[in-house]
Design a protein around this ligand. Structure first.
Ligand code: OGA
Ligand code: MN
Length: 215
């Protein structure tokens, strides 16, 4: 294939009219899904650059676990530093717009009544991970659907940092390599999961579609 054509194909915008229904079908079937190349290499590269810049400027803060009074910092449990997306750059808005399309599809097909999306960048330094956990638990049950994507360029098996997804009986369902642009999506209440220790700095965006809190 012609080099220029190859480049053009690589840079072309994924067809969300096809990808989103595909993702939703898989979710209907088994409540978790992994789609490679969901975000374009161009968008991923721009986000990676933005995240590096934030990291250099010290904008990230250590992630915490639990909520309210239970909230604590336990680096051996969870080693990432995070920064919430606020839609302040075109690249963030692009991701948020694509995920908004996904939210509308989920509401239309699965009647989930999803309201808002909260999303953060995450940087896991070498040697860190995130022990097995659920994203939605007793005191925080407004998160209904988890989405995660990865920003590292050229991820290799030796780098580790896979996302292990389990069922409620602790059977391993999937080991997801954190490859650039892959989207992982699952029902937040159903799947314990863990980030295995990473050998190199691991960059990601994790997000949660939430239902409205009762007033
Ligand atoms: C999380 C999480 C998974 C990943 O941030 O809650 O589980 O692969 N992230 O980064
Ligand atoms: Mn999680």
């Amino acid at each position: 294939m012609d080099e220029a054509l190859k480049e053009a194909l690589k840079e072309s915008r994924p067809d969300y009219g096809q990808l989103i229904p595909e993702l939703i079908n898989t979710l209907v079937e088994r409540r978790w899904a992994v789609l490679p190349d969901f975000f374009s290499p161009t968008l991923v590269a721009a986000l990676r650059q933005e995240l590096h810049q934030h990291a250099r400027q010290d904008h990230l803060h250590p992630a915490r676990i639990g909520k309210g009074e239970q909230e604590t910092r336990r680096k051996e449990i969870r080693g990432d530093a995070i920064l919430w997306l606020d839609g302040s750059t075109p690249d963030q808005r692009c991701v948020l717009d694509i995920l908004e399309m996904l939210k509308q599809g989920l509401n239309r097909e699965l009647f989930l009544g999803l309201d808002s999306l909260e999303c953060h960048f995450a940087v896991y330094p070498p040697g860190t991970g995130y022990q097995k956990h659920l994203d939605s638990f007793q005191n925080n049950n407004y998160r209904r659907v988890t989405v995660v994507t990865y920003l590292n360029d050229d991820w290799q098996p030796a780098h580790g940092g896979e996302l292990a997804i389990y069922d409620r009986d602790d059977a391993l369902l999937a080991m997801v390599a954190p490859r650039a642009g892959t989207l992982v999506c699952f029902m937040s209440e159903d799947f314990p999961h863990a980030v295995l220790p990473t050998a190199i700095e691991r960059l990601s965006i994790a997000g949660w579609f939430r239902v409205r809190e009762p007033v």
